[in-house]
Design a protein around this ligand. Structure first.
Ligand code: BGC
Length: 274
């Protein structure tokens, strides 16, 4: 496990970030890493305020950027407006927006309710649209700052399932395919304004969303068969890539889907078959 690789302390110094769904899992990892790299971070959550508060307190004890917690359901337009207004009030402006919040409501197609479909589309896809739109509005309103050579950065947490079909999860996979087109379309639209839009595409990462898939040694072994590199990922594996993507080190990366999946998208079954 290489989750102990060092953060780069000044990589994002002076920048302000908002991370949605940041009170657990990959979002928490991203918030912690951005702060370790010097950015101030708004930690969005919808339930479990105590988890968001604890993460902020912990971040605020470290030597990096400062953290605040903001509640909002990203599928609701008025709540997204209020979240951006609060982050901008506290920090002055935003430079980095990580649209990360995501849920699964798994079911076979024939049993899937409209509510399961709507909830996943609402949070994963409508939420991504609403946050990206507010981010672009704020970057454009405020203009260039001397903290970065970009006007702003939008980074989506997509998934290997923007590419890999997933039986029993068609609502979830549909949102990730949608994020890919959302990301590429707005990357093309916003690049002339120096707004960089990109995605990470995580594979199997140890978080609450897929707990059952790695909770027992047997389950973890079965999951590892899908991962050529031979280990289930950790939130820090994704978070380090997000921090780098947000930094000027990645200034020429625009409209990219970066698969951070231990090789899951390499069709591992073909290593011995086909
Ligand atoms: C899903 C996880 C799953 C992983 C690999 C992610 O996008 O949220 O539940 O383990 O993809 O299949």
């Amino acid at each position: 496990m290489n989750a102990e690789i060092q953060s780069i302390p000044k990589l994002l110094e002076g920048q302000n970030a908002l991370v949605t769904g940041a009170n657990s899992g990959i979002g928490e990892g991203i918030a912690r890493e951005l702060a370790a790299c010097g950015a101030n971070v708004a930690v969005n959550y919808v339930v479990h305020p105590e988890a968001a508060q604890a993460i902020c307190e912990d971040i605020n004890k470290q030597g990096g950027g400062k953290a605040i917690a903001i509640q909002a359901d990203v599928s609701k337009e008025d709540q997204v407006h209020a979240m951006f207004a609060e982050a901008i009030k506290q920090f002055g402006t935003l430079d980095i927006v990580c649209s990360n919040a995501g849920i699964q409501r798994d079911s076979r197609l024939v049993d899937m309710t409209l509510d399961q479909w709507d909830q996943v589309i609402g949070v994963n896809l409508t939420g991504a649209f609403l946050c990206a739109r507010e981010a672009a509005r704020e970057f454009t309103r405020r203009g260039m700052r001397d903290v970065s050579c970009a006007l702003g950065k939008i980074i989506f947490t997509s998934s290997v399932h923007q590419e890999i079909p997933w039986a029993g999860h068609c609502n979830y996979a549909t949102t990730k395919g949608g994020i890919m087109q959302l990301m590429e379309s707005i990357a093309q639209e916003l690049a002339p304004q120096k707004i960089r839009v990109n995605s990470t595409c995580p594979g199997a990462i140890k978080t609450p969303i897929n707990h059952a898939a790695w909770a027992t040694p047997q389950a973890e072994k079965a999951l590892e068969k899908l991962i050529p590199i031979g280990r289930v990922g950790m939130p820090a594996d994704i978070a380090r890539v997000v921090a780098w993507l947000a930094s000027d080190q990645a200034d020429y990366i625009c409209g990219a889907s970066i698969y951070v999946d231990g090789g899951m998208t390499l069709y591992p079954g073909f290593a011995t078959g086909g």
